[in-house]
Design a protein around this ligand. Structure first.
Ligand code: CMP
Length: 138
């Protein structure tokens, strides 16, 4: 069993789409083994997206991620990282395949409804930023 880290972003929580996104996650066979709705602080968002600090959209990204509550999650499945990236679809919803979360729900490349880890290594780092092992229950 592999784990990945997921965020349901402000554009989705604001539009009452948490349940719809979770239904798509569960429908794809990913198990939600930890979940919390939080208001991300600027410090949390800056740290989480540190890898993008030099990108022109970094400021906008941090502002967006702190603009409304998000739902942070740990998802578990065989090949969870790759499976969730498939379920999410391309970063830019215009390029996302039909039936993916971003195609069905996302508004733009910035307001793209969900985040998912891009590797097992980053999944472990990202999960540890928001959850203790005791909070993750399969
Ligand atoms: P995410 O998977 O959370 O990881 C980094 C995020 O940066 C990405 O999703 C997008 O929401 C955001 N992003 C990437 N490219 C752009 C862009 N050109 N403009 C605004 N946001 C972007």
């Amino acid at each position: 069993m592999e784990r990945t880290f997921s965020i349901i972003k402000p554009d989705a929580t604001k539009r009452n789409l948490t349940g719809k996104v979770n239904a798509m996650i569960e429908g794809a066979g990913l198990r939600i083994v930890a979940q919390r709705r939080i208001q991300m602080t600027e410090a949390q968002a800056k740290r989480f997206y540190e890898v993008h600090a030099e990108r022109p959209f970094y400021g906008e990204l941090v502002e967006f991620m702190t603009s409304a509550p998000v739902v942070v999650q740990v998802l578990e499945a065989d090949n969870a990282v790759a499976k969730y990236r498939e379920v999410m679809g391309a970063t830019n919803p215009e390029e996302a395949d039909a039936g993916t979360i971003r195609k069905e729900v996302a508004l733009s490349i910035g307001e793209n409804s969900v985040h998912g880890s891009d590797s097992q290594e980053n999944a472990a780092i990202e999960i540890a930023q928001f959850f203790s092992e005791a909070e993750i229950v399969g």
